[in-house]
Design a protein around this ligand. Structure first.
Ligand SMILES: Nc1ncnc2c1ncn2[C@@H]1O[C@H](COP(=O)(O)OP(=O)(O)OP(=O)(O)O)[C@@H](O)[C@H]1O
Ligand SMILES: [Mg+2]
Length: 336
């Protein structure tokens, strides 16, 4: 990991993806810690997931409370996506009322607004939008996005293309509509184009923000995507799928972190019983497969700790293990 970061001085966005509960949040926190505390950079670690989240690992309730500091350069933000969606809804209502001079939103329209906000994709869009906004402001050296486990987190990249195409279409439609409106207003002799321009201006701004985010996300110099896996069959299948997805998008996965690996030295200890021995042997089998299949991608192997990695002290330890790991170092994870 250290070498990876040293070789990419322009890196801005780091994302950990992977199935639920394998260590994305742990790696995100450790990465932010390393870059901020050890490298003196200004970092923002971001998530939206109120469960098993940054609040949990940093041991402070930060959900929906804005940017919080945990040391020099180490900033953590956990946004409340539901609140963000509710705020959007309110803003849409306000604008409709303002535009059409209404005191109240017609029932059918309000129902439409409500049902659109209830869409599961809305949560993803709100998250994506929050991320794009943060990046556009450019206040940090690094952005570490701790993704919830929805279909890989890698979906975020495809989302960049989808949202972009979508906003292009709406802008186009809006421009087309404006042409007709102008013609009608010309005929009527009224000039009432200002509010239409406002809408278009909004759309243009959104497009600019999303374009910028997409450009950064799809630029290998500025963005890195890491998969967190464990030595188990499902994780291997998942990684193969993720690699396929990346290939389809013409992108490359930046690396794989193998987490929760039992040190093989345990096998030499007489106090380790057959139960744990079996699990260690099972992991060994999958470690070999992981090495065969994804050898070039492995950026670090993290041990299974004897406790949950929580609190700054443990985060610091994970950071040491993550950034101190080298394929040339001591091989503690595989029998020689
Ligand atoms: N190497 C490790 N050794 C021991 N426990 C670990 C290790 N890595 C993570 N854990 C613990 O496993 C649990 C899941 O880790 P984490 O929350 O980082 O996963 P996640 O991928 O972010 O999960 P989710 O998909 O739910 O967001 C946590 O309780 C964490 O403390
Ligand atoms: Mg998590």
């Amino acid at each position: 990991m250290r070498e990876f970061f040293e070789r990419r001085p322009e890196l801005k966005v780091i994302t950990y993806a992977g199935k639920g509960g394998l260590g994305k949040t742990t790696c995100s926190a450790a990465t932010a810690y390393w870059l901020a505390i050890k490298k003196g950079k200004k970092c923002l670690c971001f998530s939206t997931d109120p469960q098993a989240s940054l609040s949990d690992i940093f041991e402070r309730d930060i959900f929906g409370k804005g940017v919080q500091s945990f040391g020099p350069g180490l900033y953590v933000l956990e946004i409340d996506a539901d609140k963000r969606i509710a705020d959007y809804q309110e803003e849409i209502r306000r604008r409709i009322k303002e535009m059409y001079g209404l005191d109240e939103i017609p029932k059918e329209i309000d129902e439409y607004i409500k049902s659109a906000a209830a869409e599961p994709a809305m949560h993803e869009s709100a998250t994506y939008d929050a991320m794009a906004e943060l990046l556009a402001k450019g206040e940090y050296d690094y952005y570490i996005f701790d993704m919830p486990p929805f279909g890989h987190g890698i979906r975020m990249v495809s989302m960049a293309f989808i949202l972009d195409a979508w906003i292009d279409k709406i802008t186009e439609a809006r421009m087309e509509a404006q042409k007709y409106r102008e013609a009608i207003e010309l005929l009527r002799g009224t000039v009432e184009m200002e509010r239409e321009d406002m809408m278009l201006k909004d759309l243009m701004e959104i497009r600019e923000k999303l374009d910028f985010f997409r450009d950064v996300l799809t630029d290998e110099k500025r963005s890195a995507f890491f998969m967190v896996i464990v030595p188990e069959k499902m994780a291997i299948l998942d990684t193969e799928r993720a690699l396929d997805m990346f290939a389809k998008l013409d992108m490359r996965l930046s690396g794989i972190i193998v987490n929760m690996v039992y040190p093989v030295s345990l096998l030499k200890r007489p106090d380790v019983g057959p139960y744990l021995r079996n699990r260690i042997k099972m992991q060994q089998k999958y470690m070999d497969i992981i090495w065969d299949k994804f050898g070039d991608y492995i950026r670090a192997v993290l041990p299974m700790y004897d406790r949950e990695p929580k609190g700054l002290e443990m985060i610091a330890r994970v950071a040491e293990d993550l950034f101190g790991w080298s394929p040339e170092g001591e091989v503690w994870w595989r029998e020689q």
